[in-house]
Design a protein around this ligand. Structure first.
Ligand SMILES: Nc1ncnc2c1ncn2[C@@H]1O[C@H](COP(=O)(O)OP(=O)(O)OP(=O)(O)O)[C@@H](O)[C@H]1O
Length: 340
């Protein structure tokens, strides 16, 4: 898949109030037609990365290419043209309070010099797409948070951008409204073919709609890849924490201790990566009794992923054979009896 955005050796240093390398030697490709999630804790450099992509910041070093055009080589005027090709939506919506819904959505079209009739037709089309046709004459203060974000999205799409940047677009919304807005982003990607970059600190957002994920920490990319692969085999500590915030399937030490108190058998945690049925096939030895005592399986990119913790009881040799057999097809963690 061709890259729409390419960052090569990009750093951004701020010198005031204190010297901070907000983005530190980043190499990154954003594939055309995909939804890429950039996740990290507060201060990781996500917003700065986005501002480098839409040329609101210039890198201290390195190059940013949008559609093979090196933004560092463009004049301010040329940059303004490029910025119009990039839509942006924000956590706080950034709507004009004094303009109606239609006025907000039509504003970029006015800037682009479209005539009134053309503008009205395009605004009607956009409001229909985001499901807000009935609220065209309302003011932002009369809308719910989810509706405000739909207006922000319609406005960002007005000039048919190739790239849509969403900076914490759902962080101010409740879970149900978040799901609606994420569905809308998915629809924009599928129906309009728009490439989307989603900045977030919530792994659930990545799980719901992203094809690829980039994990940032202290200005650096610590991990990136296909969403399922990163969920299935997280390497960086930060990534593991993000993954566990969504999956909740692994017992932490306190849970293991409680399980030990209630279950005297062998306790094993078995990774589930696609192979649900195969795992139960390996638990058919009549000499071993198995019971699920903890765990969970989620769907990531429409594939099963998670872990199950079993208590195995029966003959010691047979249990050992079962554990070895499971280990042939997946990861198995055996919790030692003395783990208390
Ligand atoms: N204009 C600026 N001037 C000085 N320092 C800045 C500026 N913008 C960002 N920084 C600093 O750069 C670092 C990265 O900030 P950035 O906002 O990119 O992170 P973030 O991951 O988006 O965090 P958050 O989710 O809190 O917005 C922080 O230490 C921040 O204080």
């Amino acid at each position: 898949m061709p890259a729409l955005v390419r960052l090569a050796g990009v750093s951004k240093q701020f010198d005031r109030p204190t010297a901070v390398r907000a983005v530190d030697n980043v190499d990154l490709e954003i594939n055309s037609g995909e939804i890429t999630g950039v996740i990290g804790y507060s201060g990781a450099g996500k917003s700065t990365l986005v501002r480098l992509i839409n040329a609101l910041e210039r890198p201290t070093s390195g190059s940013v290419l949008l559609d093979d055009v090196d933004l560092g080589k463009l004049s301010e005027r040329e940059l303004n043209r490029v910025r119009a090709e990039v839509g942006m939506i924000f956590q706080q919506f950034n709507l004009f309070a004094s303009r109606t819904v239609a006025g907000n959505v039509g504003y970029p079209l006015k800037l682009a010099g479209l005539g009134r009739a053309e503008r009205e037709a395009r605004v009607a089309e956009l409001l229909d797409f985001v499901g807000l046709s009935a609220r065209a004459g309302a003011y932002p203060s009369q809308l719910s948070g989810g509706q405000k974000q739909r207006v922000g999205i319609a406005r960002a799409l007005a000039t048919r951008p190739k790239l849509l940047l969403a900076d914490e677009a759902t962080s101010a919304l409740d879970p149900e409204t978040t799901a609606d807005v994420l569905d809308l982003l998915r629809r924009i990607n599928r129906d309009l073919g728009t490439t989307i970059v989603v900045i977030t600190h919530e792994m659930d957002v990545v799980r719901s709609i992203c094809d690829r994920v980039v994990v940032m920490e202290q200005g650096r990319i610590v991990e990136q890849g296909d969403v399922f692969d990163v969920f299935a085999r997280p390497r960086a500590t930060a990534t593991r924490r993000f993954v566990q915030s969504v999956l909740h399937d692994l017992p932490d030490p306190a849970v293991i201790e409680r399980l030990r108190g209630d279950h005297g058998g062998t306790i094993v945690t078995v990774g589930v990566i696609d192979q649900r049925a195969a795992i139960f096939d390996r638990l058919r030895d009549p000499r071993v009794h198995s019971a699920v005592i903890y765990g969970g399986i989620s769907e990531i990119a429409e594939r099963p992923l998670g872990s199950l913790t079993f208590e195995l009881t029966g003959e010691a040799d047979a249990i050992r054979e079962t554990v070895s057999s499971l280990a042939e097809i997946t990861t198995v963690t055996e919790w030692p009896v003395g783990s208390r």
